[in-house]
Design a protein around this ligand. Structure first.
Ligand code: ATP
Ligand code: ZN
Length: 300
């Protein structure tokens, strides 16, 4: 068994919106995990990879400080921590590797329903409540606006009702929470989703190999998720049109069909969703026996 120095550590949100998706992703990469009794740690049973289960806000710091080799966290948290460290004169020592296509949200400015919002100039000298102090400060500075930023650690959306702020800056996904608090979204500061970050600290060769292997599997899972395997029959003369209609496919495999004259079987991996309209267009171009299958894993 490998010693703890050779095992890689991945920081994952302990309990929250990113937790189930993060576990699902790592399990799809082939990692079998066993949780510790205190639920602070997960032991990788079939690979030398362990998870540290923490608050999402701690993940950028753990990866930057090389306590963990990788971390899964929202880009909103990554950017806020990066700017906070920059303001203290520290660089952030990690790199974003992949967008993970879950945890989608926006960091937005919202105004009370009865406020007449006339664009960014309405923010001049206003009080804005947020837990994203550094990101908001950076945004206002870039736009030449001077305003009072009020730090709220949670329940930011009630600040205007309490008379503590004129606007808020917070995460929004559906906008339901804003509407329930008599607020509306007026500016989007950033679009965010979960990302995987990797420490910039040099790793031993064994650890680097393992990190590379894990990232390659992750890439395979992410690519497979957005891909479909399409099988169809078609007259050879229609191949040009059919290839042009297959969304995001590279060279398809073309196999002659036994005893079917000019007809061939076409197999292609499409790196985009295949909609009913695409199938109807393929059929109109001469295709028949169309099948669309999910792709589970990919390795280039
Ligand atoms: P923790 O206890 O780990 O600090 P938290 O309360 O800060 O948890 P969650 O509410 O679980 O965090 O959100 C985690 C991440 O999920 C956010 O940082 C963001 O990237 C993403 N997210 C997606 N949609 C939303 C949303 N509507 N509101 C808040 N976060 C969202
Ligand atoms: Zn948090």
């Amino acid at each position: 068994m490998s010693s703890s120095a050779q095992r890689i550590k991945i920081a994952v949100q302990k309990s929250g919106r990113l937790t189930d998706h993060s576990f699902d992703l790592l399990e799809r990469c082939g990692l079998k995990l066993r949780k510790s009794k205190d639920h602070l740690f997960c032991y990788g049973e079939n690979m030398p990879i362990d998870l540290l289960l923490v608050r999402d806000d701690d993940i950028p710091g753990l990866v930057s400080d090389d306590v963990c080799d990788l971390g899964i966290v929202g880009l909103n948290v990554v950017e806020e921590k990066r700017l906070a460290r920059l303001a203290e004169g520290h660089e952030t020592l990690f790199d974003k590797v992949y967008d993970l296509d879950f945890g989608h949200c926006r960091l937005s400015l919202a105004a009370p329903d009865d406020c007449e919002y006339r664009g960014l100039e309405s923010l001049k000298d206003a009080r804005i409540a947020t837990s994203y102090v550094n990101f908001l400060r950076d945004y206002l500075t870039k736009n030449g606006i001077s305003a009072d930023i009020e730090y709220f650690s949670g329940a930011v959306e009630i600040a205007p009702k309490l008379g503590k702020a004129d606007f808020i800056c917070d995460l929004v996904s559906t906008g339901g929470t804003l509407a329930a608090n008599g607020l509306r979204e007026v500016e989007v500061l950033m679009h965010s989703e979960a990302v995987i970050v990797q420490t910039r600290a040099p790793l031993s060769d064994d650890k680097q190999d393992l990190v590379d292997r894990m990232l390659q599997r992750l890439d395979g899972v992410l690519q497979a998720r957005g891909s479909k395997y399409v099988m169809l029959h078609a007259p050879r003369s229609a191949l040009g049109e059919i290839h042009a209609l297959l969304p995001g496919s590279e060279a398809p495999t073309v196999v002659p069909l036994d005893g079917a004259g000019d007809k061939v079987a076409v197999h292609a991996v499409c790196r985009e969703n295949v909609f009913w309209e695409t199938l109807e267009n393929l059929k109109a171009a001469g295709a028949s026996s169309l099948l669309v299958l999910p792709v589970e894993k990919m390795l280039a």
